[in-house]
Design a protein. Structure first.
Lengths: 861, 108
């Protein structure tokens, strides 16, 4: 009875040992087996041999691998075009991934630059659209000390610095002891605030920013102990002389930019942020805060306080943007890797004689694999290096823009928008991904093709092995799928972007500049005095060259004004209506280019003593008095729910109907009431200047005119209204732009990949084509053959792509305005268009194959 | 300075020396099993000999293929002069260091 050694053990050793070792080791095993050893013995020894040989070679292997790398580098460098295309493609993919990762790191991973920032939580006591209940600060917040480690509060303010060198309004904050402790605010010079600084009778002290120290105080080394004189907008009657006790570090960052001056807040205040004790859940804290407020105040049944992670709230709008970008960058990297893998595979097929030769000369499968891995490592390393260099350029470009593009200041400031160890680790991971994709597939294919069947050197196979062909097809299907997913995202994002850009906010922003003014309470104690000042400003600035109009409002530009419940004068009107309420000056509609479609705008007759008048938006007019003329009707504006009891509603006579305006591109409710600023006045008006010349020059003229009236009135900085609108659109537009770039890049790559595969297949099958044509096949049928092959790949890719697009759409939806991420029409059209392009990419090589002269092709053999 | 040899390397080289012209891998394995009582895998034997050959301590040649080896060749090894010197020096070192300690080793 003849026994045969276990073949599986044999195969194992074949793949694990060098050919040299294989011959000897298996020879020994077979020899002893022939002398009567058992199958179990054979297996045990085979496994031990594999392990012993592998361990021994691991040591020497790492040494020889550096040699492999050198050879690989030379091999790749010899094929310049392949090396260039592969490195560039992968490098771009890595650069995009690294840049996106830098942003992810800056916003999502590193988090806010406060000590133990995860314990910081925002406390929300608001009801949507309503003011805070009064006197919340007098609640006994200390009863929550078992949950709350530090209660943090502050009051943002503008400090108007008086005296030399010039009057200046700087962004400042009144801070509580908790603010300093909870945010970990330290000083670079001087001292932080101590408990004595918060005592009611203590002299005013301040900590100033590095910037203010450098600019206003010229970096005076003896700054500690110097004084400055200022009055704050919120406390206009307290002209304070502050002693500077400290200077903040240069890199101090806070999520509100009001950090030029910090001064102790001496009155109790509601905590806005709390540092929870370790292990306390946000929900537990919210429940206790709710109970505390309810104990004193009657609140609506549905009301509850919110306690939510400060970090999560800060990145709420950035997170979906970054996740979408991450997914997109990942797809681009995948497409790039797949593309290079296809190139390598095609080359591997071309190298089959070489690989077969190596095997025939005694190189083990492992040895060949090591060679292929070495080549992938060289490519991956070159690509990562190029990627890091490109990413550095991108990051440097993006850092100063990041605040604006992402719509949120970078935590820690623009200097924190940098590649760090984490990002480099990510790049390394990307490099590894490249190495894996670019080596696994060729290795797998080469194993399949060289170990199973002996290949005679120089044999012209049809299209490489089946395995290689399948691997290529799979890669191109992946590419097409990933690419379609990106394309769909880009299309819907652009669609949404266009919709945003085309959304008419109803305001002519060109030439309109915005600034703010602040009036001191002491100088302007009554509404009448404030109104008089604004009238004078309007009159005195009228003659400034290039200034075509000045308007005032009491509401932030392009931000939703407070919503109020309004009632028309239709008896028993069951429909309560809400509208945004703002007070505007006479020329508001004219300066902002908002047409009055019926009636009139405010005029000089609308003074305090006259009948209170209102202009309503067309939407509100139509809603309140459907089918009737609004002019002359009465409109009642109810007081906010949080107003003190007994507050009277305001009754207004409607004198005009204005065209609808939006406060932002996403503002869907255009119901608005405008009341006359000339009947209410405001101490902190926003000023719209319609300019027809150089804004800074005109602004200087405006400021001088103002100074002639009253030097004590402080103006803020000047911003174009269009800028404010642009800023609102920045996030979606940025995403749209990036996705278009990503999608364009990947489309190009995917089409190149597809073209390459078909062209290669055609090239390999020249002989077959020639024979087919020699026996009568038409050119059409040859082209059709390749087109069919292309069509199958394209269709499979499109199916994968639609699935990918649906998945990506989930991430994208929150960034879209008025467009669905999963619109079947968009997906269908994009898939068809892309499918056509892909079909064309396979058509060109198919036609070329069919056009070849059969005689030439056969002669080539 | 002769090469420093590991314990297993010494055993393998001594066995090659003992087997003289018959020192091919399977024989070395069996000899080691009989004399040293060690069951070492063919892979470990080959790897060790391969390493010794790389270091210039042994030399090898292929023999003829045999049917019981499935048509594969044997590989015979001999010590090179450098190998002999290294082995001698190793054993001499061992002897010197161990001199006079035999009695103590057997004492309980």
């Amino acid at each position: 009875m003849s026994r045969t050694p276990p073949r599986a053990a044999n195969r194992l050793l074949r793949s694990w040992l060098t050919d040299e070792a294989f011959e000897i080791v298996v020879g020994d095993l077979d020899e002893e087996f022939a002398r009567g050893r058992s199958v179990a013995w054979y297996w045990r020894q085979a496994l031990k041999s594999a392990a012993a040989h592998g361990a021994g070679r691991l040591v020497s292997g790492t040494l020889t691998f550096t040699g492999d790398l050198r050879i690989a580098a030379r091999t790749i460098a010899r094929q310049r075009r392949l090396a260039l295309v592969a490195t560039l493609t992968l490098g771009l993919g890595v650069a995009l991934a690294a840049t996106v990762l830098t942003a992810v790191n800056a916003y999502l991973i590193r988090g806010l630059p406060y000590p133990e920032a995860h314990r910081l939580h925002n406390v929300g006591l608001f009801r949507p659209g309503m003011d805070l209940p009064p006197k919340l600060e007098t609640l006994d917040w200390h009863t929550l000390d078992d949950l709350i480690d530090v209660a943090i509060s502050w009051d943002l303010d503008l400090f108007n610095l008086r005296g030399a060198p010039y009057a200046e309004a700087v962004q400042s904050t009144w801070v509580t002891p908790g603010y300093m402790e909870g945010f970990g605010v330290g000083t670079a010079m001087g001292r932080p605030f101590g408990p004595q600084d918060f005592a009611a009778a203590s002299p005013p002290v301040a900590i100033i920013s590095h910037r203010l120290w450098q600019t206003r105080f010229n970096g005076d080394p003896n700054i500690i102990g110097r004084h400055f004189e200022s009055f704050a907008i919120d406390r206009p009657d307290e002209i304070g002389v502050f002693t500077i006790v400290g200077v903040l570090p240069e890199r101090h960052w806070h999520l509100q930019a009001y950090t030029d001056i910090l001064a102790p807040l001496k009155t109790p205040n509601v905590p806005y942020v709390v540092r929870l004790r370790d292990g306390v859940s946000a929900q537990a804290a919210a429940d206790r805060v709710t109970a505390l407020v309810r104990a004193r105040h009657e609140m609506p049944a549905a009301w509850s306080a919110s306690v939510e992670s400060m970090e999560a709230a800060y990145v709420l709008t950035v997170r979906p943007l970054l996740l979408t970008l991450s997914a997109a960058a990942g797809l681009v990297l995948l497409i790039a890797s797949a593309n290079v893998a296809v190139l390598l595979l095609i080359r591997a097929a071309g190298r089959r004689p070489e690989l077969a030769m190596r095997r025939a000369l005694g190189a083990s499968a492992l040895r060949v694999a090591r060679m292929l891995i070495a080549e992938a490592v060289v490519l991956g390393a070159a690509a990562s290096l190029l990627g890091v260099i490109l990413a550095e350029v991108l990051v440097q470009t993006l850092a100063p823009l990041a605040d604006r593009q992402f719509g949120r200041a970078v935590p820690g400031g623009p200097a924190a928008f940098q590649m760090d160890g984490f990002v480099l680790l990510g790049v390394a991971a990307a490099g590894l991904l490249i190495v894996i994709v670019c080596s696994i597939v060729p290795i797998w294919a080469s194993m399949r093709s060289t170990s199973s069947a002996p290949v005679s050197v120089g044999q012209k196979s049809a299209t490489g092995s089946r395995a290689q062909q399948r691997a290529r097809t799979l890669l191109v299907v992946t590419e097409i799928g990933a690419c379609l997913a990106l394309l769909v995202s880009a299309v819907v994002m652009v669609q949404s972007g266009l919709r945003i850009l085309n959304t008419d906010v109803g305001v002519r922003t060109d030439g309109v500049q915005v600034t703010s003014m602040s009036l001191r309470q002491a100088s302007y104690p009554t509404p009448a005095s404030r109104i008089a000042l604004l009238d004078r400003v309007a009159a005195e600035t009228a003659g400034i060259a290039g200034l075509h109009g000045v308007a005032f409002t009491n509401s932030w530009p392009l931000q939703a004004p407070p919503q109020r419940e309004v009632r028309g004068d239709i008896a028993d009107d069951p429909r309560p209506s809400r509208a945004g309420l703002q007070a505007v000056s006479a020329r508001y509609f004219d300066v902002l280019g908002v047409p009055i479609v019926d009636g009139r705008a405010f005029g000089p007759a609308d003074v305090i003593s006259a009948t209170r008048v209102a202009v309503v938006s067309a939407t509100l007019a139509g809603r309140t008095w459907p089918g009737q003329r609004a002019i002359g009707r009465r409109l009642r504006v109810l007081p906010p729910a949080t107003a003190p009891p007994g507050t009277m509603p305001g009754d207004f006579e409607v004198i005009g109907v204005a065209a609808d305006t939006r406060h932002s591109h996403t503002d869907t409710d255009t119901a608005d009431v405008f009341v006359a600023l000339s009947q209410f006045g405001t101490g902190a008006p926003f000023v719209y200047l319609r300019t027809g010349g150089d804004p800074p020059v005109i602004f200087t003229g405006f400021r001088s005119a103002l100074a002639r009236i009253d030097e004590g009135v402080v103006t803020g900085s000047l911003r174009p209204l269009g800028d404010i609108l642009d800023r609102q659109r920045a996030g979606p537009r940025f995403l749209a732009q990036l996705l278009v770039v990503f999608a364009a890049m990947s489309t190009l790559l995917a089409l190149i990949g597809l073209h390459g595969v078909i062209a290669y297949a055609a090239g390999q099958r020249r002989r077959e084509i020639a024979i087919r044509m020699a026996v009568g096949a038409s050119r059409g049928s040859i082209a059709a053959m390749f087109l069919r092959q292309g069509a199958v790949i394209v269709l499979a890719g499109l199916v994968a792509g639609i699935a990918g697009a649906l998945a990506l759409g989930g991430l994208l939806q929150s960034q879209l305005f008025g467009v669905s991420a999963n619109d079947p029409v968009v997906i269908g059209l994009t898939a068809s268009a892309f499918g056509l392009c892909a079909f064309a990419a396979s058509f060109i090589p198919a036609r070329r194959a069919a056009a070849a002269d059969p005689a030439e092709a056969l002669k080539g053999e | 300075m002769p090469e420093i040899l590991g314990e297993f390397e010494q055993l393998v080289m001594l066995t090659v020396l003992r087997l003289d012209d018959g020192a091919y891998t399977a024989a070395v394995r069996q000899e080691l099993q009989e004399r040293a009582g060690r069951d070492v895998s063919p892979g470990a034997i080959f790897t060790t000999l391969e390493r010794l050959e790389d270091r210039g301590l042994v030399t090898s040649r292929y023999g003829d293929p045999t049917p019981e080896r499935g048509g594969r060749r044997k590989r015979y090894y001999r010590l090179r002069p450098e190998g002999r010197r290294a082995l001698a020096s190793s054993l001499e070192t061992l002897r010197r260091v161990a001199a006079g300690l035999d009695a103590r080793l057997v004492r309980p």
